[in-house]
Design a protein. Structure first.
Length: 115
């Protein structure tokens, strides 16, 4: 801080910059003193001997829909659904439907389905 005052007195540093540097150095020194004071308090209280554990309780309630239980296969490992076979009722037979419920819709002479 003496060097900052000397630079301001010599005109090599303007007054505002000198004040800013002085305030910055003062704040840093205060922080160092507070850190040392905290370390002394922790040592005298015996809290430096073991790790501190902070437990947070309470808070906001669970979000709606966050308690969804996903199904699992009781006869084997849990899977994401991509490795499962299609049900037999959908793979049995070769009949296909067009949504009308008819297994084989009628066709016209040109091979197009009837409207």
């Amino acid at each position: 801080m003496a060097r900052v005052a000397a630079l301001v007195a010599a005109g090599q540093l303007d007054i505002q910059a000198g004040q800013n540097l002085s305030a910055l150095a003062t704040a840093w020194l205060d922080a160092q003193y507070l850190r040392e004071e905290l370390a002394i308090k922790q040592y005298s209280a015996g809290t430096t001997e073991h790790e501190q554990r902070i437990v947070v309780t309470g808070g906001l309630p669970a979000l709606p829909g966050s308690d969804v239980i996903m199904p699992t296969l009781e006869h084997g490992p849990v899977t994401n659904g991509r490795a499962l076979e299609a049900p037999k009722e959908f793979t049995a037979g070769t009949n296909s439907t067009n949504g009308s419920g008819e297994a084989n819709p009628p066709e016209t002479q040109d091979g197009e389905p009837a409207a």
